[in-house]
Design a protein around this ligand. Structure first.
Ligand SMILES: O=P(O)(O)OC[C@H]1O[C@H](O[C@H]2O[C@H](CO)[C@@H](O)[C@H](O)[C@H]2O)[C@H](O)[C@@H](O)[C@@H]1O
Ligand SMILES: O=c1ccn([C@@H]2O[C@H](COP(=O)(O)OP(=O)(O)O)[C@@H](O)[C@H]2O)c(=O)[nH]1
Length: 472
């Protein structure tokens, strides 16, 4: 699985005993009548992979989720392509997932819904009579009210979100934009970070997602002996390396990034043969037109840059359209003197955090980071750039490559401190503790809840009695 959501959640599921119910990526005819899931133990927790109804999968995933919500959430209304049927499928799959989740319901356990694919899932669970705490976390940005109002059915969808006890965002800007929408478009009272509707109160908050920084650092120091990593090191012949790792997505600013590298080589001829770029662009959502178009545009651009600056024995850009596991990525990050992360918009961007965690403390590399990534709020000592300003990025790249060790270490140490404070385990515990207290407000009858301890979401093996189970 590629993507920050999976990378972040798998380790917390493993450690916390939670069960993560998600799409198996497979479809099944008639699934809407009879949800099918395969459950697999993962550490002390479990993964339940549900087959989605075949009639609605495309309209839901490629349609409303990734051709309406994703572009809008990343402020790209120009890329929104959606039909009424797509919206129906989105709602059907949200309702279907609510029914599937009921199979995993357990008294006093909380439900925590992840991401824009399931904005209405909380409302569907309430319809089915669920009274337990239900929280929601958005991994992407939340744009301005004007942009959000360009999404068909935005009002009914966002009203449905008010069924959640707690809604979490990555940054203060996302939270402010959401509360701004609720005030201006829904006309609801917002007191502090709480939204009061006729039936309940929804609390909102900021919970920046993190990584397991020490685990990642250890992985990186071991990974340098991995064959892929040592082959890369050998092939560099003393050249410096800049690395980019992204899903192939228009939100990641890949075209501007390659153009900035091109510009830097043009304006600093001394860099020719002295530095190269390794860009991993892992295929993602390939059946959607905007992604196919981007893939062709990038292939042309990389080939143009390599054609102009390359030599018989030197290639400026190593461009790879494939996925790597995180052990290899950790070793590749550690090999590179510069981590180049330039999204036009990004909820958080875990690659930025992983690059920092993977560095050699005695000789750390430099992170060049877009100010439009959520991670920029915490990683203030990265070299921050505006991805719309290609020339500015080219200049910053040259600065990063020439930065003295003392400055690199000061910047890196400050970033590591931030990463340790905001680890993935802190994110998980903080959200669940806040969810319990938010729910207590909505549930007058409920007894005082211990907020310091995250709830026991599902000690799965004690219920199932074995590691893997299928059910209809
Ligand atoms: O499952 P895909 O359609 O292939 O997409 C992968 C994931 O991409 C998005 O990730 C977001 O979550 C990260 C962790 O919080 C965050 O750092 C990043 O900025 C976001 O873009 C998407 O939101 C996930 O749902 C997808 O699984
Ligand atoms: O080939 C790849 C490319 C990326 N990733 C992981 O995918 C995540 C990407 O998360 P990020 O937040 O940067 O962006 P997203 O793809 O979620 O938008 C990171 O944990 C990467 O280590 C991976 O495992 N293999």
């Amino acid at each position: 699985m590629t993507g920050g959501l999976a990378a972040a959640l798998l380790p917390v599921v493993e450690k916390s005993g939670a069960i993560w119910v998600g799409s198996s990526g497979r479809v099944r005819e008639g699934a809407h009548k009879d949800p099918f899931a395969e459950v697999e133990a993962l550490g002390t927790g479990a993964l339940a992979m549900v087959d989605l109804p075949s009639a609605h999968y495309a309209g839901y995933y490629e349609g409303f989720a990734n051709s309406a919500l994703w572009p809008a959430l990343h402020s790209r209304l120009d890329l929104v392509r959606v039909t009424q049927d797509d919206y129906q499928s989105y709602r059907e799959v949200n309702a279907f997932m609510a029914r599937a989740l009921l199979r995993f319901r357990k008294p006093e356990a909380a439900f925590w819904v992840q991401d824009y694919h399931f904005l209405a899932l909380g409302a569907e669970l309430r319809e089915l009579g669920v009274t337990e705490p239900i929280g929601f976390f958005l991994h992407t940005p939340w744009p301005t009210a004007t942009i959000m109002s360009g999404v068909p059915h935005h009002r009914e969808l966002i009203e449905a979100m008010l069924a959640y006890d707690l809604i979490g965002f990555q940054t203060e800007d996302d939270l402010d934009n959401f509360l701004g929408y609720v005030g201006s478009e829904l006309g609801l009272d917002v007191a502090g970070h709480a939204i009061k509707s006729s039936t309940s109160t929804t609390r909102c908050g900021v919970f920046p997602i993190g990584i397991d920084v020490d685990k990642f650092a250890q992985q990186a120091s071991k990974a340098v002996s991995h064959p892929d990593v040592s082959r890369l090191r050998k092939s560099l012949n003393g050249e410096k390396l800049i690395i980019g790792v992204d899903r192939l997505d228009y939100s990641k600013g890949l075209v501007n990034r390659i153009s900035a590298f091109d510009q830097m080589l043009t304006s600093h001829p001394a860099m020719l043969r002295a530095v190269s770029l390794l860009q991993i662009a892992t295929p993602s959502r390939g059946t959607i037109e905007a992604y196919g178009t981007l893939q062709s545009e990038l292939a042309r651009l990389v080939s143009d840059v390599n054609g102009r600056h390359g030599e018989v024995d030197w290639t400026p850009i190593r461009y790879l359209n494939k996925g790597f596991n995180q052990t290899v990525l950790a070793g590749l990050y550690r090999t590179a003197q510069v981590g180049l992360v330039t999204p036009m918009q990004d909820g958080m961007n875990l690659v930025a955090k992983e690059y920092v965690a993977a560095q050699n403390p005695g000789d750390p590399g430099v992170l060049v980071l877009s100010k439009f990534a959520g991670a920029a709020d915490e990683l203030e000592t990265a070299l921050q750039v505006n991805p719309h300003d290609v020339e500015g990025m080219a200049r910053t790249l040259a600065t990063a490559l020439a930065m003295p060790l003392i400055e690199r270490r000061m910047r890196w140490e400050a970033m590591m401190e931030k990463l340790r404070i905001g680890s993935i385990h802190h994110w998980f515990e903080d959200f669940l503790a806040t969810l319990q207290s938010a729910h207590a407000v909505n549930d007058q009858a409920e007894q005082a809840i211990e907020v310091a301890e995250p709830p026991d979401l599902w000690p799965l093996r004690s219920v199932l009695g074995r590691d893997t189970i299928r059910f209809h």
